[in-house]
Design a protein around this ligand. Structure first.
Ligand code: NAD
Length: 349
């Protein structure tokens, strides 16, 4: 697969739209809220599909409607798809681009924090099925990744908070320097332009870390698994709490569970509490909502059905200390239960 050309700068999305006239015609896939808050995006193309807001629309049905819309617009193999939106839109659009006429090039323009530091980078595309998150997907790298932090100024605070968890995950993987930098951030840093330098720096740093994991393992066969830190537990919370927990909120809970298990495997004793304090300061939930997302049996059952399970064996990435993680293959049910206790029976501080 051809590598992605990545740029991070304020105003680069407008430059992209202004430069789109060329040999390839563009088909626009855009999140409905992005079109309202940033109407210049509509100038990318009159041929378009608007993605309704919400994880429930990252579905087989929406994918079918997107492919039909591309067909009705007579998109052909000489054209390209250009996607503006959060992870829901880029996951869906990337999948559409990889399937339509056996594959079109696509440009990703992420407009949420999760999208900018994670979802739009690395070519993983997907939609959910009733029984599993990201159950259908492909690997299809965008030809360009255009990251413009100005989009974040209109993002609801809760979405920013949720995105900061993916930053926290990346920082744990990278090491103490980035972790310290990320911990010192406030959600407002991403919304207000007077803290633009700091926000832009951290976004660019996190992207570089993610790209370094993807570079040698585009198809997710080894090194890239580390990026799933917090996700084995997190996806179970997300699936069972929908629509009450956002993706990053669920991954935050997953990080705490993984850290609890990591400590039992010889990891740094204070890491779980350090992460808990950061999540708390940023205003993120430390326990799942009541109901099935708080039921250990339902959570374990959901983890067993995760798409990463191979021959019945799941894999959990354990953080041992900043910059040091370990892959735990086939954890026992007791070990997973012990991890879940980090959020089902929180330690009082
Ligand atoms: P999202 O795409 O649902 O966007 C969140 C909300 O923000 C939506 O309501 C959207 O309409 C709105 N929005 C988007 N940009 C906006 C802007 N600039 N101003 C105002 N509102 C805006 O969610 P998300 O958090 O970006 O992404 C979560 C998804 O990403 C999940 O489905 C997750 O599985 C996926 N993901 C994928 C990868 C990957 O490698 N492919 C990695 C991480 C997450």
């Amino acid at each position: 697969m051809e590598p992605t050309e990545t740029t991070v700068s304020r105003g680069n999305a407008k430059e992209l739209v202004a430069s789109l006239e060329g040999p390839r015609e563009s088909f626009l896939v855009v999140d409905e809220n992005v079109l309202v808050h940033h109407p210049f995006v509509g100038e990318a193309s009159t041929k378009r599909f608007v993605v309704p807001s919400g994880e429930e629309h990252k579905s087989w049905e929406t994918l079918g409607r997107l492919l039909e819309a591309m067909d009705e617009a007579r998109v052909d193999r000489g054209d390209q798809l250009i996607a503006f939106g959060g992870g829901v839109t880029t996951d869906l659009a990337g999948l559409g681009a990889s399937l339509y006429r056996r594959g079109l090039p696509w440009i990703a323009v992420p407009t949420t924090l999760i999208g900018q530091v994670d979802a739009a980078c690395g070519g993983k595309t997907a939609v959910n099925l009733a029984g599993g998150k990201n159950a259908v997907g492909t690997f299809h790298l965008p030809s360009q990744l255009v990251v413009d932090p100005d989009f974040l100024t209109t993002l609801p605070l809760r979405q920013v908070q949720s995105g900061m968890v993916e930053l926290l995950k990346t920082a744990i993987l990278e090491g103490e320097d980035l972790l310290t930098l990320v911990e010192a951030l406030e959600p407002a840093s991403f919304i207000q332009t007077d803290s633009a330098d700091q926000a832009d720096r951290v976004i660019a740093c996190a992207l570089t870390v993610k790209e370094s994991f993807v570079k040698d393992d585009v198809k997710d066969e080894g090194p890239r698994w580390m990026l799933n830190l917090g996700h084995s537990f997190g996806h179970a919370f997300e699936a069972l709490a929908l629509p009450d927990l956002l993706h990053g909120e669920a991954i935050g809970l997953g990080l705490l569970c993984a850290a609890r298990l990591g400590t039992h495997q010889g990891g740094e004793a204070g890491l779980e509490e350090r992460l808990r304090k950061t999540l708390d300061t940023w205003g993120l939930p430390l326990t799942p909502p009541e109901g099935r997302a708080s039921d250990p049996d339902a959570l374990l059952d959901t983890m067993r059905r995760d798409k990463k399970v191979r021959k019945g064996q799941s894999t959990v990435i354990l953080p041992l200390s900043p910059g040091r993680v370990e892959v735990m293959n086939g954890p026992s049910q007791e070990a997973l239960r012990m991890g879940l206790e980090a959020v089902l029976e929180p330690i009082s501080t």
